[in-house]
Design a binder for this molecule. Structure first.
Ligand SMILES: *Cc1c(COP(=O)(O)O)cnc(C)c1O
Length: 293
């Protein structure tokens, strides 16, 4: 089968399963979902059956947005959050615990640096590289390091991370690489294809595209093999196999921190997202014509 191009994947990559056949998933502005029996509801609530129970956990409009980003980023599952910051916190705190260390790029988004400062009161410390080079990250790795973090294109520094080289280095040390892809978007760069393990997008920016909703989303590759000794929090989710990372998040931190995206904002993102390819190709063409003139 030939691989869909970006716009075709965006518009037709996910099978619509709206019960009324709506081609654009409507706003399911409902907090709770009714089921035939209390048992049915309990099974969904406790993850024994598929379905929707409560919008803090999942919601059809939000899920439509998640499925699209999963396709565009070439992952296996996504979790949409109330903001890019909520997505970053969830992506990292899902695997970190007190005593752990993060090795991060320099010149990160200011909010992310402040988030790393906030994590210090929970016993999680961050070391920053001075040069965005694989060897620079490697030098800062200790026995306590549990994740490597960088942005595809730093905001505001605009330094470009060699994702494949940093991912290879991280994996050689048994560490996952989390990439913030906000500035590039999956139109320009797909970090999971280059070896990253989790990709985070602040969808408040280009993905929404219209400046009408704050949101963030994280996408999981389904590939990283978690060492149970280093990531003990994932052990109870082992039965979910390659989905353990997202199962832990949706059954734990994500639902318990109330980080969910509102259905209305997910709808606005789905609408804005449809022109991401045009928006990006127009700006790439404009850059090229500026360079050649
Ligand atoms: C804006 C931004 C964020 C934070 O996203 P919000 O949706 O504002 O919470 C994170 N990372 C980068 C690179 C950003 O540009």
């Amino acid at each position: 089968m030939t691989e869909y191009g970006f716009n075709t994947m965006l518009l037709h990559g996910v099978k619509q399963n709206d019960p009324y056949g709506a081609t654009h998933t409507p706003v399911y502005q409902s907090s709770a979902f009714r089921h035939e029996s209390a048992e049915d509801l309990e099974n969904i609530f406790t993850n024994k059956a598929m379905g929707f129970s409560y919008t803090r956990i999942n919601n059809p409009t939000v899920e439509a947005f998640e499925q699209r980003i999963t396709k565009l980023e070439r992952g296996v599952a996504s979790v949409a959050c109330a903001s890019g910051m909520a997505a970053l916190f969830n992506a990292l705190a899902n695997i970190l615990q007190a005593g752990d260390e993060v090795v991060a790029a320099a010149g990160l988004y200011g909010g992310t640096v402040e988030l790393f400062e906030d994590l210090e009161s929970f016993g999680i410390t961050t070391k920053y590289v001075t040069e965005n080079e694989p060897q620079a990250y490697e030098k800062l790795i200790t026995e306590h390091t549990r994740v490597i973090f960088a942005e595809t294109i730093g905001n505001p520094k605009l330094d470009v991370t060699d994702i494949r080289a940093v991912a290879d280095m991280a994996h050689a040390h048994g560490l996952p690489l989390v990439i913030d892809n906000t500035v590039a978007t999956p139109y320009l760069v797909r970090p999971l294809e280059l070896g990253a393990d989790v990709v985070v997008n602040s969808s408040s920016k280009y993905i929404n595209g219209n400046s009408d909703a704050i949101s963030g989303i994280l996408t999981w590759s389904g590939k990283f093999a978690w060492d149970p000794e280093r990531y003990p929090g994932l052990v109870p989710y082992k039965k979910f196999g390659p989905m353990a990372y997202v199962a832990k998040l949706r059954n734990g931190l994500f639902r318990n921190t109330g980080a969910c995206l509102s259905p209305q904002n997910a709808f606005l993102n789905n609408l804005g997202l449809e022109t991401l390819g045009f928006e990006c190709s127009a700006s790439v063409k404009m850059q090229r014509s500026l360079q050649s003139s």
